[in-house]
Design a protein around this ligand. Structure first.
Ligand SMILES: Cc1cc2nc3c(=O)[nH]c(=O)nc-3n(C[C@H](O)[C@H](O)[C@H](O)COP(=O)(O)O)c2cc1C
Length: 183
């Protein structure tokens, strides 16, 4: 796949519209874990905050490994979302279960998902506990995007990427961007 790679916070532009994301982390064994997340936001030009359930593998791995990758799936991966959101034991790779391919990390050890349209790498910095979740804050260190999904302003082209949003979670219903209006 023809991708554009960067090693700094410019990769935040690939998350510009906050679509449904898949976070990849490594278990202590080195096996790849993947979880689906919709409750997140950008906190600065280089920081993200994700509300991660404390019982999840993602939470344990973020804290232990101190890093994570935010992958942006296109609409062709919507069926894989259900597999990745399942509670799969740590001895099995969720990527294998979903038929997806690991792409080696650039600045972090955790891989990204090759079939996604973009991936952004983060170092975990701090957490803010909120009820059963923790708001996990990370700093962007780089990432990649498919060249055909990159706009001139360095942000993701959401129409080419066909990103989607989980607007009825926990129902498996997603929306694609419809139109742009000038304000
Ligand atoms: C569309 C969608 C959005 C989700 N958003 C979140 C979320 O924001 N925070 C969260 O803790 N879990 C969320 N989940 C549930 C996790 O994906 C699920 O608990 C998963 O098992 C976590 O994976 P892990 O245990 O491998 O980390 C979401 C699931 C789906 C399908």
């Amino acid at each position: 796949m023809n991708v554009h790679e960067v090693d700094d916070r410019r990769a935040m532009g690939y998350l510009a519209t906050k679509p449904t994301i898949v976070v990849t982390t490594l278990h202590a064994s080195g096996i790849v874990n993947a979880g689906v997340f919709g409750a997140y936001t950008n906190l600065s030009a280089e920081h993200i905050g994700i509300a991660v359930h404390k019982e999840s593998h993602t939470y344990a791995n973020m804290r232990r490994a101190g890093e994570f990758v935010v992958n942006v799936p296109g609409a062709d991966l919507v069926k894989a979302i259900a597999v990745l959101a399942d509670d799969i034991p740590p001895e099995r790779s969720e990527l294998d279960e979903a038929g997806l391919t690991a792409r080696p990390g650039r600045q972090v050890a955790a891989p990204s998902i090759a079939e996604c349209v973009a991936a952004v790498e983060f170092r975990f910095e701090q957490e803010v506990p909120v009820a059963g979740h923790s708001f996990m804050i990370g700093r962007c260190v780089g990432g990649w995007i498919r060249k055909d999904c990159l706009d001139d302003d360095g942000k993701i082209n959401i129409f080419a990427a066909r990103v989607f949003k989980d607007f009825k979670y926990p129902k498996p219903l997603y929306v694609l961007p419809g139109e742009v209006i000038e304000g």
